[in-house]
Design a protein around this ligand. Structure first.
Ligand code: ADP
Ligand code: MG
Length: 199
C-alpha cells in the first residue's frame, strides 16, 4: 500500500531532480521554446517541497492537492497548469483514503493524464509531456520500473516528432530534431516515482 509518506517522498525526489536538471530543461526549451522550462519547474517544485514540509498533509490525496496548488500558483507558463492539473486530478481520484493500492494509484494517475489531455488538447505524438506520461501510465500496470523506462523512452522518442501543441508548434517543421522539454521533465517525475518506490 502507498501512504502519504510515499507521495511526499515522490514530490521531494521530483523537486531534487528538477533542481539538478533545471539547466538541461531550460537548454532543451531554448531551440523550440522560450528557455524557461527549468526555471519554471524549479520555482514550482521548490514551493511544493516547502509547502509539504510546513503542512505535512496526512493522506495521499491531500499531498497531491497541496502540490498541485503550488504548481498552479507558482509556475508561469503552460507547464504549471498542466502539471497542476495532473496532480490535482490524480489527488482527487485518490479521495481521502489514508493508504491506496498500487492499482488504485495507477487508475488515478491515468485520470490525471487524461485531464491533462483534455485541458491542453494534446494527443500522443504531438511532442508534449503526454508522450512520456501516457506510456508511463500504460506500463505502471507492470511495475514502477517499467513506467520509468517507458517515460524515458517516450521522452527520447519526441526528438524526431513535429510539435503540434504549445510554443514549439509555432516552429512547424523546425521543431523536428529537438527533444521536448516537457516530455523530459515528465520523465524526471516518473523516475522520481520509481525512486520513491525503491526501484
Ligand atoms: P511555456 O511553453 O509556456 O514556456 P514551459 O516552457 O514551462 O511553458 O513548458 C513547455 C512544455 O509544456 C512543452 O515542452 C510541452 O511538453 C508542454 N506543453 C505545452 N503545451 C502543451 C499542451 N497543450 N499539452 C500538453 N503539454 C504541453
Ligand atoms: Mg517555455
Amino acid at each position: 500500500m502507498l501512504d502519504a509518506d510515499f507521495f511526499r517522498r515522490w514530490m521531494t525526489a521530483t523537486a531534487a531532480s528538477v533542481d539538478r536538471e533545471a539547466d538541461r530543461l531550460t537548454a532543451l526549451d531554448s531551440p523550440i521554446g522560450d528557455a524557461d522550462h527549468g526555471s519554471n519547474l524549479r520555482r514550482g517544485f521548490t514551493a511544493v517541497a516547502a509547502a509539504l514540509d510546513e503542512e505535512a498533509p496526512d493522506t495521499p490525496g491531500a499531498v497531491l492537492l497541496l502540490a498541485a496548488k503550488q504548481l498552479i500558483s507558482k509556475v508561469g507558463g503552460a507547464s504549471g497548469p498542466l502539471y497542476g492539473t495532473l496532480l490535482r486530478r490524480t489527488g482527487k481520484a485518490l479521495g481521502d483514503a489514508p493508504e491506496v493500492s498500487e492499482e488504485e494509484f495507477a487508475r488515478a494517475l491515468r485520470e490525471g493524464v487524461e485531464a491533462v489531455m483534455a485541458l491542453g488538447g494534446a494527443a500522443p505524438g504531438d511532442k508534449t509531456m503526454i508522450d512520456a506520461l501516457l506510456p508511463a501510465v500504460d506500463a505502471l500496470g507492470d511495475s514502477f520500473a517499467a513506467a520509468r523506462t517507458a517515460a524515458e523512452q517516450g521522452a527520447l522518442a519526441t526528438t524526431p516528432l513535429q510539435a503540434h501543441k504549445g510554443r514549439a508548434s509555432y516552429l512547424g517543421e523546425r521543431s523536428i530534431g529537438h527533444q521536448d522539454p516537457g516530455a523530459t521533465s515528465s520523465s524526471l517525475l516518473i523516475t522520481a516515482l520509481a525512486e520513491a518506490h525503491g526501484e
